[in-house]
Design a protein around this ligand. Structure first.
Ligand code: PLP
Length: 377
């Protein structure tokens, strides 16, 4: 049996006609960038995420970079984040000229640990502590970070909070939607995200009119009015085609999310029945509305061998992420070494994402669990 990690073609079949129709309309209009379709998506997303505003942008990476720019972060500043995330989170910080400061993760959810943020802060010389301007919690795999204590530390220190919600559209923390808790919420429409376009795209949410204005101005090179520049922004514009496709998919997002949650529930049952003991740990579901962008199992032993075995048996899987960011060559200048963030390093070495996409069948799931059982027995 072949079980891909993700099969976008199955989903496309169900919305094919709608997508072709809208694409044709856009071709006929020859109106490709920003405009009414992007405006419409911004309204729909701000409603879905329960925020006052949203600004469509060119990617999730650019959502982060634009938010940092709108927050006025640059050389001399420091921004706290997790080393166990997709590269863009820390990459965007460094690209503004600011210094990424890492805090380790919780061992169960893999999200940034509020306790470790406090510990990192305690260890900093006073002069450095004053340069910390923001924190970027990442809602990894579709589950919100522990936001309440993070927001508290941020408020006490006057930091901006930029939620990296690229994997978490629609997920919740104590009744609040991802992207509605911090100063900025950054989302990605990369095709493999729960709400993906037909190319690159992203969006930033905010509840602040001032930040919204700044985001909108910086999105078009900082010109306001056009060709008059108080600020240096960039080209962070979203295409009409991406906006239109994402608008179509948004109508089905909750249905697809429910299917992911059902698949997660079924995996838990199947793994329990397989009696694998501590050899396979299912992901911790601690927050209200885990949207399961990924279903990531933890394997105290033989992760890499299992990965190879599953690929041989036709089961797609992936390691998110094999090298924590503090150990990436490009961040050598930060002076970290192996052992600095043990929970992140453990996660990088012992976790594996297995298929969870909405159209995954029960038979496919049984096959996946069966293969894992065979491997360990
Ligand atoms: C996907 C992702 C991004 C970047 O989004 P792109 O649209 O690919 O630029 C940023 N952060 C996290 C956590 C992501 O998963």
């Amino acid at each position: 049996m072949n079980v891909p990690l993700l099969d976008l073609k199955l989903q496309y079949e169900t919305i094919r006609e709608e997508c072709l129709k809208v694409t044709e309309e856009i071709y006929d209009s020859q109106y490709f960038i920003l405009g009414p379709r992007v405006d419409a998506l911004e309204t729909e997303i701000s409603r879905y995420c329960d925020t006052d505003y949203a600004v469509g942008v060119s990617s999730g990476t650019d959502a982060l970079l634009l938010s940092l720019m709108a927050a006025g972060i640059g050389p001399g500043d420091r921004v706290i984040t997790t080393p166990y995330t997709f590269f863009a989170t820390a990459g965007a910080i460094a690209r503004t000229g600011a210094i990424p400061v890492f805090a380790d993760i919780e061992t169960d959810t893999y999200n940034i640990s509020p306790g470790d943020i406090a510990a990192v802060l305690d260890r900093m010389p006073i002069a450095e502590r004053k340069t910390v301007r923001a924190v970027i919690p990442v809602h990894l795999y579709g589950q919100c970070a522990e936001m309440e204590p993070i927001l508290k530390i941020a408020r006490e220190n006057g930091w901006q909070v930029i939620e990296d919600a690229a994997q978490a559209i629609g997920s919740e923390y104590r009744g609040k939607r991802a992207g509605a808790m911090g100063d900025f919420g950054c989302f990605s429409f990369f095709p493999s995200k729960n709400l993906g376009g037909f190319g690159d795209g992203g969006i930033v949410t905010t509840n602040s009119r001032e930040l919204y204005d700044m985001l909108a101005i910086l999105r078009v090179h900082g010109g306001h009015p056009k060709y008059y520049h108080k600020f240096i922004g960039g080209n962070f514009r979203l295409d009409a085609i991406q906006a239109a496709i994402v608008s179509i998919k948004l109508k089905y997002l909750d249905e697809w999310m429910a299917a992911r949650q059902e698949n997660a529930r079924r995996y838990r049952q199947m793994f329990a029945a397989a009696a694998l003991g501590d050899r396979v740990k299912c992901p911790a579901e601690k927050q209200d509305r885990h949207i399961y962008n990924q279903f990531v199992i933890e394997l105290p032993e033989k992760r890499d061998e299992l990965r190879t075995f599953l690929l041989e048996k036709g089961v797609g899987n992936e390691i998110y992420y094999p090298v924590p960011l503090h150990l990436q060559d490009c961040f050598d200048y930060l002076g970290h070494k192996a052992g600095d963030f043990p929970a992140s390093e453990y996660a990088a070495n012992h976790t594996l994402a297995i298929p969870i996409f909405p159209e995954l069948t029960e038979d496919q799931q049984s096959y996946v669990v069966e293969q894992i059982k065979t491997f360990f027995n």
